[in-house]
Design a protein around this ligand. Structure first.
Ligand SMILES: Cc1cc2nc3c(=O)[nH]c(=O)nc-3n(C[C@H](O)[C@H](O)[C@H](O)COP(=O)(O)OP(=O)(O)OC[C@H]3O[C@@H](n4cnc5c(N)ncnc54)[C@H](O)[C@@H]3O)c2cc1C
Length: 601
């Protein structure tokens, strides 16, 4: 099954769903430019990259004698992507990027990721490394690498994880010793390093967390280093090999062609590295990279869901089984209400994922570059809140959508040849990496909600209430159809407000809040998803009445109302149950442990 990039739907989200209430209108010419960019990217990913998805999963990346060989076709595909400048869509013009909004880079990366998630994990990390170097490295150090990373001829990695240090980076042991000439020598082992070694670029720039001698224990003693595979000569070209190597790659459930490497630093003389910024501030600097990577990981949930949905929809139109009204002989399975229910769940989750993705990306853009102070402040506040919500909800949904995709295929879904199983296998890792979804929920509660007493979430709730109120301004037929949807979304917002009060009344956070963190994140995401899909339906209804503005080609109002209604029915109605889990859980803390004892008692 081929992949068709949903350019119209992405543009619709960019134009109608993503902007905040005070954001300036997006001019017609800008929209036309965005469409042209997305259509070009769509041609590349549909024709060149999507066909590689299945064969590269079969071939995998191969580790032999210290080198990693990526699957056939990847060198050409990556070169085409990089040479056309797609790596630098949202990266700064000062170093060769196109300087477009993050939301546009997000759109091009969504398409690449749907086309081949395994390959997309290479440019993702490179794109996320650039803002970290720009923000925290001395200009002379950053300038050595930035242009090459942005044009994609060099790539970057993120080296956090060690065998004993995963979620708890305070346990990391890799050490860095001053060499006396301004550089450092690094010694240690990093595991699970995505594209730590490969054959697609001239040089690999490792961003490594390590400890200086005498550093405080825990996360306050971590520093950030740039450690290139090849040391860079004075002329800017790759020179001698650094003392680092890949010791092997993992055999994984999914994204099999994305090499996940064990990296050894300093077998011999020590790997030469350069300190970024100040000592012991490394984790803080790394968060600049990780926040970008969390948006990108959430986007993997959108991308996989889209591809799995497209494939399931096509199969449901072809596969004939059973009788249905209007068909002589066996009917296509899409005629059966239960199959449409499954497809509706897939579509609803995919649409909510995408709406939250572009709403989050637009908030990041506002935080970075809005002219108006108030818009910038709103952007920063929402970007902080939305990043963990989007990462966890979207990636969880990616797994669910891909799993339903298998179900729609019946037995053929369980057979690798159809590709449905690959989507599910690929979808399974985003909930784990870039901070597990459990860690995202804890981040949301303890770092984003409790510190401001829930004021940020309250502002988000108020903005969503404004969206729901706009339903009343629509012509009677649309208003009538959307009212029940708005009622479900309104209850979800009430439940989110009550859950937030419950959390913030109990500070500092104890076990009860940590137990409630994941249901709270889901409650927030469902309330937001229901509101944003309503926002889309309202915009589509208005466009239908006032002509179709540019960028709104996908503004079919009946379809948008249907999407919001299906999401409200399938997911919006969960929120009273989630609120009960949070604020009035049945098991006491003792019973939660006791429940685990049944088998072993
Ligand atoms: C394919 C792949 C690619 C990766 N790429 C990279 C990469 O490029 N760079 C890199 O540095 N790392 C990478 N990782 C590592 C990844 O980021 C870690 O696997 C992840 O952070 C989780 O760490 P862990 O595996 O040690 O799990 P653990 O930290 O051992 O967690 C196990 C379970 O315990 C839970 N848990 C742990 N601590 C807490 C807590 N305090 N409260 C509540 N629950 C908790 C977790 O949520 C999880 O469910 C990659 C991993 C994979 C699988």
């Amino acid at each position: 099954m081929t992949y068709r990039a949903p350019v119209d739907d992405i543009l619709f989200n960019l134009m109608a769903v993503a902007p905040g209430p005070s954001s300036p209108d997006i001019p017609t010419e800008t929209c036309t430019d965005w469409r042209a960019i997305l259509e070009q990217a769509a041609v590349l990913v549909e024709e060149t990259i999507a066909p590689l998805n299945r064969p590269s999963d079969v071939a995998g990346s191969v580790f032999e004698n210290g080198v990693v060989r990526t699957p056939p076709g990847w060198r050409e595909a990556y070169a085409t992507w990089a040479e056309a400048g797609w790596n630098g869509v949202s990266l700064p013009e000062s170093h060769g990027g196109a300087g477009l909004p993050i939301a546009i880079g997000t759109a091009t990366m969504e398409m690449l990721t749907s086309a081949c998630m395994a390959l997309s994990t290479l440019p993702v990390l490179t794109q996320c490394a650039v803002p970290a170097l720009l923000a925290h490295a001395e200009p002379a150090l950053a300038d050595t690498y930035l242009a090459k990373l942005i044009d994609g001829s060099w790539t970057a990695t993120m080296n956090l994880t060690e065998p004993q240090a995963g979620s708890d980076l305070g346990l990391l042991r890799t050490r860095a010793e001053p060499a006396g000439d301004g550089t450092y020598r690094l010694y240690g082992q990093k595991t699970f390093i995505t594209f730590g070694e490969h054959d697609l670029a001239e040089n690999i720039i490792h961003l490594v967390l390590a400890r200086l001698p005498g550093a405080p224990a825990g996360t306050k003693g971590i520093s950030f280093f740039v450690v290139p595979k090849f040391l860079v000569n004075a002329d800017g070209r790759p020179g001698p090999r650094n003392d680092l190597r890949c010791a092997g790659i993992e055999h994984k459930l999914g994204i099999r062609a994305s090499p996940t490497c064990t990296m050894i630093y300093g077998d011999d003389r020590g790997a030469t590295g350069w300190l970024v910024g100040e000592p012991h501030r490394g984790l803080h600097y790394m968060f600049t990279m990780m926040n970008g990577a969390r948006l990108a990981t959430g986007l993997q949930g959108v991308a996989i869901a889209e591809r799995a949905f497209q494939q399931a929809l096509a199969y449901a139109g072809e596969r004939r089984q059973g009788r249905a009204a209007g068909y002589s002989g066996a009917a296509p399975i899409i005629a059966h209400p239960d199959v449409r229910r499954m497809l509706g769940r897939m579509k609803g989750l995919t649409a909510a994922n995408r709406a939250i993705a572009y709403f989050t990306a637009a908030a990041i853009d506002d935080a970075r570059s809005a002219d108006d102070d108030a818009v910038r402040r709103r952007g920063k506040r929402f970007a902080d809140l939305l990043t963990p919500i989007f990462k966890a909800f979207s990636t969880e949904n990616g797994v669910e959508v891909a799993s339903i995709g298998i179900q729609v295929h019946g037995g053929m879904g369980y057979i690798e040849e159809t590709g449905a199983a690959q989507h599910w296998r690929d979808a399974r890792v985003p909930p784990i990496y870039e901070g597990t979804n459990g860690i995202q929920a804890i981040d949301l509660v303890t770092r984003k909600v409790l510190p401001d007493g829930g004021a940020g979430i309250q502002a988000l709730i108020e903005e969503c209430r404004g969206v729901l109120a706009s339903v009343d301004t629509l012509p009677a037929d649309f208003c009538g159809a959307l009212k029940p949807v708005a009622a479900v979304a309104s209850t979800a917002l009430d439940d989110l407000g009550t859950a937030t009060q419950w959390l913030t009344a109990r500070r500092p956070a104890g076990d009860d809040q940590l137990y409630a963190a994941s249901p709270y994140l889901r409650l927030a995401a469902i309330a937001l998803g229901a509101s944003l899909l309503t926002k889309g339906a309202v915009a589509a209804a208005r466009a239908a009445n006032g002509g179709t503005p540019p960028g709104m080609a996908a503004a079919d109002p009946k379809a948008r109302v249907g999407l919001a209604a299906v999401f409200a029915d399938e997911f919006g109605v969960e929120t009273p149950g989630l609120l009960r889990k949070i604020a009035a859980p049945v098991p006491t803390p003792e019973l939660r442990f006791a429940a685990l004892e049944v088998e072993s008692a």
